[in-house]
Design a protein around this ligand. Structure first.
Ligand code: CMC
Length: 391
């Protein structure tokens, strides 16, 4: 059929042109819409970055205020969604619950989006930015046996999310600027990363003209895997396992290098970065700052630092250009903020949401064709059917 070459994992295949995120893996450069990630993490807030990614420019003060108030106006989630959530066992992994609830939102918001109508597109985007944090908070609270509720419209987007997660049944919640700022920064660092596995999933599902929420639900499932967003949970579990085992990092390094052993050093390596992941640099510093300012001592931070040091000096990791990635230190910060391990990947999803939306919107506005890779067939040639009694 004319196809003679394949590129498993699309290691060297470009799927689209994009004006959203610039990434130079050799030099460790990451920019959203031309702005350096380091500068955005320092100076912007998450909602501002969401607007930038989706619409291409930093919002004016008025535009950002309108964006936020439009989001607040859409934050209700149909009460019947609680019944769907109720049907899940408490032990269900939050990523599975989240993708199901995101898919279910389609049923409660059935109008299809006319992508050529800016207003229509804007409304759909605002709706999902408003409802997604509610779904995450409800997923967590159901697991924790806490009542499902809303936050507080007087708070910022991230503070409100934290309130929805952690407010006590009597409504008490003590907002802590240090916690809000730390989470805000983490969400910014996760907000987009060009054509990664979940984003490519969102684009390819959307390329069949499936709706925004359905495409996002598929992206959530792609993010769940431990080689992608699920790595943040896997890193902490690995660090805990090393601690439980007596803290011998060398032993685990050897396991990671042993080709007979499926164990990998979670939070290390990246498809595109062959130099330090610039996000990891910021997060490492942030982990130190957050633990310091909250007065927390976490023994797994020392294990992480020890592992990193060893790996950076080890020829196996050096030769393969394996560096710590965004997930290596993020879990340590989430933990310090009181977020339980199984909720780490949903936090990644919250951060990545604006990126997915921006990429879906770009793909539709550029009228990209349906995604449909080809294959090289390696199966049987023509053979004749054997009746069942003769097999
Ligand atoms: N530990 C040990 N060896 C590794 C690791 C690791 N974490 N990562 C890659 N390698 C080895 C791999 O075995 C291979 O060795 P060889 O050439 O001898 O066969 C070589 O390095 C190249 O690896 P690869 O699997 O071909 O590279 P890839 O681009 O297909 O995979 C990756 C990239 C991120 C999936 C991989 O590095 C990995 O599994 N890392 C651990 C999981 C992780 O931290 N994922 C988060 C990625 S960043 C955030 C995100 O995308 O969500």
């Amino acid at each position: 059929n004319g196809i003679t070459t394949i590129d498993p994992g699309y290691k060297n295949t470009g799927s689209c042109e994009s004006a959203i995120t610039f990434l130079n893996g050799e030099e460790g450069v990451l920019r959203y819409r031309g702005y350096a990630i380091e500068e955005l993490a320092e100076k912007a807030d998450f909602l501002e970055v969401a607007y930038l990614l989706i619409f291409g420019e930093l919002p004016s003060k008025d535009r950002l205020a309108k964006f936020h108030s439009d989001i607040k106006a859409q934050s209700h989630v149909d009460e019947d969604v609680k019944k769907i959530l109720d049907g899940f066992p408490k032990s269900a992994h939050p990523m599975g619950v989240l993708s199901s609830l995101t898919s279910a939102l389609v049923a409660f918001n059935p109008t299809s989006v006319n992508v050529d109508n800016d207003e229509d597109m804007y409304k759909a985007i605002v709706k999902i930015l408003a409802k997604f944090p509610v779904l995450i908070a409800w997923t967590y609270r159901k697991r924790a046996g806490l009542p499902l509720d809303y936050g507080d419209d007087s708070l910022g987007y991230v503070d409100n999310f934290l309130k929805m997660m952690f407010k006590k049944p009597n409504g008490e919640y003590a907002s802590d600027k240090k916690v809000v700022d730390a989470l805000d920064k983490l969400l910014i660092l996760h907000a987009d990363h060009e054509q990664n596995c979940s984003t490519s999933t969102v684009r390819i599902v959307g390329s069949s003209h499936a709706g925004l929420f359905a495409s996002l639900s598929a992206g959530i499932n792609a993010l769940w895997g431990p080689l992608h967003g699920g790595a943040n949970q896997a890193v902490i579990e690995m660090l805990e396992a090393i601690k439980e085992d007596g803290g011998d990092t060398h032993k685990f390094m050897n396991k990671a290098k042993d080709k007979e052993d499926p164990f990998r050093l979670m939070g290390f390596g990246h498809r595109v970065y062959k130099n330090f992941d610039p996000r990891a640099k910021i997060i490492k510093k942030s982990a130190d700052d957050v633990l310091d300012s909250l007065g927390i001592e976490d023994p797994v931070l020392d294990i992480a630092k020890g592992l990193e040091k060893e790996a950076l000096e080890d020829s196996y990791f050096v030769d393969r250009k394996l560096y710590p990635n965004v997930d290596f230190y993020s879990g340590i910060i989430y933990r310090a903020l009181g977020i339980p391990t199984e909720m780490f990947t949903p936090m990644f999803a919250l951060g990545r949401l604006p990126g997915w939306i921006a990429q879906w919107r770009e793909m539709r506005l550029r009228k990209e064709p349906i995604g449909r890779p080809r294959q090289v067939y390696i199966g049987e040639t023509l053979r004749s059917f054997t009746p069942i009694e003769k097999r």
